[in-house]
Ligand binder design. Sequence first.
Ligand code: AMP
Length: 425
Amino acid sequence: MAKPLIRSIKGTHDILPDQSWRWQRIENTVRAFMKRFGYREIRTPVFERTELFARGVGQETDIVSKEMYSFVDKSGNNLTLKPEVTASVIRAYLQHNLGRQSPMTKLYYLDRAFRQERPQAGRYRQHHQFGVEAIGSPHPETDAEVISIAHGVLKELGLSDLELRLNSIGSQTSRTNYRQALKAFLKPHLSELSETSRRRFDTNPLRILDTKVPHEIEILKDAPVLTDYLTPEDAEHFDAVKTLLRALGIPFVLDSRLVRGLDYYTRTTFEFTSSALGAQNALCGGGRYDHLVETLGGKPTPAIGFAAGIERILLALETNNNEAQPETIDIYFVCLDENARPFVLQLANKLRGLGFTVETDLLRRSLKAQLREANRLHARLALIIGETEFQNQTVQVKDLTTTEQKSVNWDSLVDYISRLNFNSE
Ligand code: AMP
């Protein structure tokens, strides 16, 4: 009896060969884009001490309180699969003292994150992110640069229906002022609020603004707006960010409910959404986190960053992304003579060394089956070696687009092929 198949874990996905080229395209675009802005790649481990996220993201957040994949290893260490990347990047920044090399550290990453959420379209238990962290500057031009990177890279990836939502949650002082006003407003509505929001009323009332409950959203429509409570310095910073975004031609809408789920954010918060997505419409979220470095044991260092979800980008691109895989190969080697095999493998490697994409038949198929395979792979040329060709030291070169066939000597083969105009990548 056949053994039962072992399947992947719910909420995780294999990226199969007919899709992986899309991922590579995104990764290549991200890398090239970041290079132009002078951001350098950082790679951090897939798991960290649980404490890092408890401290750096916040106990109060859904991510830490409900969604982490945490475990105790055989030595009794409490570890967690990274639910987001910023805390790890800042941990590495501090551990390796990157700030000593330069007062401004500009980093980017391509990584995966793990959250035990209820899987649905655009929400998975393992997902992939890219993002940047600009560490060291409190100035609004940094906020504008980071937002313009997110905007630019999403555009370059082919996303058109983007909306930038922008807010400022100010500094601690602004938020203390606002918290009082928000609590005074919500007090008469307390009995109408969900249990979660009632709890947050005491622990972290700002997070009530994050609610997804429709009647709470309705109540909040008349709530005081945080940006009206900003200190003059916070308001000036926010105005400067808006002015810079206008100068860069990046449209935005103000969204006073954008408080983000993470505790370490200060001042600017932003999100790019796509109308091509359903309920999970956030492509990218970010903001300033001037207190995180300190929270993790460093000296006070302002910073701002964003993280964008690659699965959601692919979902948003899907509608206008139905083109076939743009992959072809240059050469398919058809070998019909056993004695020719070592020579065929050698020549195939030589041509690969020159940059051609070359495949050989590994199944010892018939001529007809091998040519069928060459066509399936959209090979430009088939190189055919049978007994006669091997004895005469020749190769039949068949152009699979024109079906023209020509006998070429081994000596002149590389030259002959190199002179053909290949335009595959
Ligand atoms: P966050 O750290 O929650 O702001 O996440 C950054 C980005 O990652 C979001 O804007 C989404 O595009 C994406 N994202 C977050 N959580 C998930 C998830 N569970 N599944 C897929 N993508 C996600």
